[in-house]
Ligand binder design. Structure first.
Ligand SMILES: O=C(O)CCC(=O)C(=O)O
Ligand SMILES: [Fe+2]
Length: 257
């Protein structure tokens, strides 16, 4: 975590985010911290096998989830993208896990780092007990997160376990055309047809990844092999006191409370 207090790391990440839309900061968590968290999550998965309180869902969705995209209501391949993973919600993650400490601790340098890198005066944790800190488990039988834009502009993740095969974070460097849904849809089509090649981020276990997720189309390729891909998603807002509504809680966590 010390690396986040380094001025060089701030400058490097800020420059990278500015020029490419993404910044990868390696070794924010150690291998031991990552493995400790993976073990805690594994224990939850084993315990959960019988009562399924962890939320696992396969969905088919459009790449563009905003109002402009949905209005088109076309039924082509760009609206039938498959995503499937297990989500461990904020209230299920042990406080002793390294991502919890990094996210919640008053001594954590992360918040200051984010303000400087995203060049903003205010960054707040999402104050939702489910949607604050999540851990996503991509099982190695084809779990994936298909092409999408995020709703929020500050996406922060930490990879905890690399899979053997697939699970690559891909993104399109070209920033989203401002308020132009038809250009947006054209970009999605070019990416889906292979005409426009995405970039692949080089992310190792322990790396912090920052992206402007509402501007850059991105996805996680299907995971195969033996090891699941395990990733912490740390949620932030530009205004204080943000909670999720019931619709969003049901959609992402399968429950309201
Ligand atoms: O799993 C990842 O690396 C990306 C996650 C992501 O894009 C999201 O949760 O919106
Ligand atoms: Fe995303």
């Amino acid at each position: 975590m010390d690396i986040l207090s380094s001025a060089t790391a701030v400058t490097r990440a800020r420059d990278s985010l500015h020029s490419t839309g993404i910044a990868v900061v390696p070794d924010v968590l150690s291998y031991t911290q990552c493995q400790h968290t993976v073990k805690l999550i594994n224990d939850l998965l084993v315990k959960d096998a019988s009562n399924s309180s962890l939320f696992r869902k396969e969905v088919f969705h459009a790449a563009i989830l905003n109002d402009l995209g949905d209005q088109k209501a076309q039924k082509d391949e760009s609206t039938q993208l498959r995503s499937c993973k297990t989500c461990v919600a904020g209230d299920q993650i042990p406080p002793s896990a390294a991502p919890s400490i990094l996210y919640y601790s008053e001594e954590s340098p992360l918040m200051e780092f984010l303000k400087q890198v995203f060049d903003t005066e205010h960054v707040y944790r999402t104050e939702d007990k489910l949607g604050c800190l999540n851990i996503h488990v991509y099982e190695p039988n084809g779990d994936e997160l298909n092409w999408h834009y995020d709703n929020g502009g500050i996406a922060v993740t930490i990879l905890l376990q690399e899979p053997d095969e697939g699970g690559v974070f891909e993104y399109v460097r070209q920033a989203r055309p401002a308020n132009d849904a038809s250009e947006d849809a054209a970009l999605v089509k070019r990416v889906l047809s292979g005409e426009q090649k995405p970039e692949q981020a080089n992310v190792r276990a322990g790396s912090l990844v920052l992206i402007r997720g509402n501007e850059h189309l991105h996805r996680v390729t299907p995971v195969h092999g033996v090891l699941p891909r395990v990733l912490a998603v740390l949620s932030y807002e530009s205004t204080p006191g943000v909670t999720l509504n019931e619709y969003t809680r049901l959609k992402f966590f399968g429950r309201c409370s």
